[in-house]
Design a protein around this ligand. Structure first.
Ligand SMILES: Cc1ncc(COP(=O)(O)O)c(C=O)c1O
Length: 389
């Protein structure tokens, strides 16, 4: 890409080019996904539980989507339970497993997503002790420490595959036998890995795995719990017996149909992952030339789409606002209800100070970006940095 091409794109930018570098937060629905969904809002809007023709049509669409999600992670259709998203899937996995083991112990990483942390806080209130393991400075959870924390009293081990803030990966598969030998189950939040890294229960070393549709160009408010054959969970929501009784409530047919098509696309994860990693690496290599910029989690294996950067001496909130003004969408670890930044619990769990965590920003990359877009983003980050210092 020539300097003049970048300059031209920067001019486009000033004319309104928005660079969405927040693709770990969500993604736009792919046109193929949208067109598959549309009939199920209108002429095919049957309830899959109805016995008439429209109902049968809707049921067929849901089962086809289930086959597609199952195929994307190499399981049978009956191992897929559709939910309202990964948050619900994780609650079903965690609380639905603990229901059969009153008072049982849980081992979890302190750097999990809020969906896991809050499900486990509920479990703690119900009398389940939780051992929270902190990651090392690079964001890695020591598998040997996990094994050491597991005993016969342990019902669950909960460690995400790819961290949503840093992209740091955990591979529990070599440890699966030892983690489960005393009867514990392994729950893996695979939301950020799905569609970007090859994924299956065995690759993730999981008994239960949560997926979300909206991170892979599917609609929001839809996800799935994948269960290893023979694993049972207690439903957390009962009703009309939908989803084999595991999740009562009328199935959101358009969303599930969209998720099915999105999952089909997500199955080409290695190609997408390599493409996105090249963009992410281009971005990081340009910015770490500045000695005040470092990559959080750089020393650990990372998934392809995340770049969590620490900008020494720069207030992250100011930088985010300046980036927003320049048309670059990025994010901090977490935002409180008032919209002001709280320090990322993930970075703090890695031993960063609260101040360092507040100086860190997450960028994340989507497959539709070009190298030229990345070069424009680099320029804009540099400009935003200047005005934030
Ligand atoms: C790692 C991780 N887990 C869980 C979730 C929650 O997913 P959902 O929005 O489908 O409930 C997200 C999305 O924010 C995530 O990134």
């Amino acid at each position: 890409v020539t300097a003049s091409a970048v300059a031209a794109t920067v001019r486009d930018a000033e004319a309104g080019l928005i660079l969405d570098l927040d693709r770990a937060a969500t993604s736009p629905v792919h046109p193929d996904v949208l067109s598959a969904m549309l009939p199920y809002f209108s002429e095919l809007a049957g309830n899959p539980a109805s016995v008439h023709a429209l109902g049968r049509r809707a049921r067929h669409a849901v089962e086809e989507a289930r086959e597609r999600v199952a195929a994307a992670v190499g399981v049978r259709a009956r191992q897929v339970v559709f939910t309202s998203g990964a948050t619900e899937a994780l609650h079903l996995a965690i609380l639905g497993s603990l229901a059969a083991r009153p008072g049982a112990h849980v081992v979890a990483a302190a750097s999990e997503h809020a969906a896991v942390i809050e499900a486990l806080r509920s479990a703690e209130r119900r009398g389940h002790p939780v051992t929270w393991l902190a990651p090392d400075a690079a964001g890695r959870i020591d598998p040997a420490a996990l094994v050491a924390a597991v005993s016969e009293a342990t019902a669950l081990v909960v460690v995400m595959r790819t961290n949503n803030e840093t992209g740091v990966q955990h591979d529990l598969s070599p440890w699966y036998e030892r983690l489960t030998e005393h009867g514990a189950r392994v729950v893996v939040d695979a939301v950020q890995a799905f569609g970007y890294e090859p994924l299956s229960l065995d690759l993730a070393g999981a008994d239960l795995m949560a997926l979300s549709s909206h991170k892979v160009a599917g609609p929001k408010g839809c996800g799935a719990l994948i269960l290893r054959e023979g694993i049972e969970v207690e439903p957390q929501q009962r009703g009309g017996g939908q989803e084999r009784g595991l999740r009562g409530g009328t199935v959101d047919v358009p969303a599930v149909v969209g998720f099915g098509v999105a999952a089909q696309r997500a199955a080409r994860a290695d190609v997408r992952g390599a493409r996105v990693a090249a963009l992410r690496d281009r971005f990081e290599q340009a910015l770490v030339g500045d000695p005040s910029v470092t990559v959080n989690g750089a020393a650990a294996p990372r998934g392809p789409k995340h770049s969590n950067l620490h900008f020494a001496g720069v207030d992250g909130e100011t930088l985010l606002i300046n980036l927003d003004t320049l048309g670059v969408m990025a994010s901090a670890g977490s935002a409180c209800a008032a919209g002001s930044l709280s320090a990322s619990h993930v970075l703090v769990s890695m031993g960063r100070s609260v101040a360092e965590a507040r100086q860190s920003i997450r960028f994340s990359f989507g497959e539709e970006l070009s190298e030229q877009h990345v070069d424009v983003a680099i320029e804009r980050v540099r400009r935003a940095l200047q005005s934030s210092r």
